[in-house]
Design a protein around this ligand. Structure first.
Ligand code: ZN
Length: 309
């Protein structure tokens, strides 16, 4: 049985929420992979060089030995080929290689950098796919909605795809979404490296490890977990979400334009987290297709349903 217009709208709301959730989970998993690898690497240094259970700066500022070098070689073999295929990533690989031989602390820093660059590459790949997917889902929703009103939609898939690619790669204030992913993950790398450096300065023992470095839900700047969590929040909830809203809006506008749909109704996702601004925009509907308001705030996941009247 064909869905009614209202059912389609409810379905789209669910889709938007479920996509947001998947993004959170996926990006979190990518960063968790890097965090796990980094924790494992740090553990290697603790297991080998802690004196009376304490890993301190003097051991970490010592020369790299053969065992350390082998660990590094494994790292490069595992991550290098993938990183070399991307310009931004290979630049980071190169910098990591340049500092790796200085001492153990720099070697660890290089492995932190490589693990995080690898996660950043994954985030960029994922963003590209999920943004295109969002554009297509938004187009399909408008098309289906037209059919519930007895109208036959034009095929806009090519226009939507080209428009989406352009928007995905577009720079705002000189930076594309990819650039922003790199900037944020470079900051994460520096933050994590700084937490390790502080740990070595005070002496990294078990208590420090548990109660500072890898303590979940810590608010302390000495917690690597906190920095990972905050990067995840930005990448999934802010950066990607805004861009998704942008491509979804673009796809809707293309369908409206190509099918001469002249009005748009504003819908919010009705989940109890909708803000006053978005409720007002909903209540003030419909709008002329040429006069659709922009997203009123970061992370807005409202959507517009186009009609012909
Ligand atoms: Zn909104």
């Amino acid at each position: 049985m064909a869905l009614t217009g209202l059912q389609l709208i409810r379905q789209r709301e669910q889709q938007i929420k479920s996509n947001d959730h998947s993004d959170d989970v996926y990006i979190d998993a990518l960063l968790a992979g890097a965090k796990g690898k980094i924790a494992e690497t740090l553990k290697y240094f603790r297991d080998h060089y802690a004196v009376d259970g304490v890993l301190s700066v003097s051991e970490m500022r010592s020369n790299v030995n053969n065992d350390d070098y082998e660990l590094w070689q494994d790292f490069i073999q595992r991550y290098g080929p993938r990183l070399m295929k991307d310009e931004a990533a290979s630049y980071r690989l190169k910098s990591a290689k340049q500092q790796a031989g200085i001492d153990r602390e720099h070697l660890l820093g290089s492995m932190v950098a490589i693990s995080i660059a690898y996660a950043a590459l994954g985030v960029n790949d994922y963003n590209g796919q999920t943004l295109m997917n969002e554009a297509i889902q938004s187009m399909r929703f408008q098309n289906k909605f037209m059919r519930t009103r007895g109208n036959m939609p034009q095929d806009t898939s090519e226009l939507v795809e080209t428009g989406a690619i352009k928007l995905i790669n577009a720079a705002t204030q000189g930076l594309s979404i990819e650039d922003r992913v790199w900037l944020r993950t470079d900051a994460l790398r520096d933050q994590v490296t700084a937490t390790f450096d502080r740990a070595f300065q005070v002496g990294l023992d078990d208590a420090y490890y548990q109660s500072h470095l890898f303590k979940e839900s810590s608010k302390s700047n000495n917690s690597a977990s906190k920095h990972f969590k905050s990067a995840n929040g930005y990448l999934a909830n802010s950066l990607l979400r805004d861009k998704k809203a942008g491509v979804a809006a673009l796809a809707g506008a293309i369908v409206a334009e190509q099918n001469s749909l002249n009005v748009g109704y504003w819908y919010n996702v009705e989940d109890g987290h909708v803000c006053e601004q978005c409720i007002q925009l909903t209540n003030a509907s419909p709008y002329s297709s040429h006069d659709i308001p922009g997203a009123p705030h970061n992370g807005c996941r409202c959507f517009v349903v186009y009609y012909k009247i």
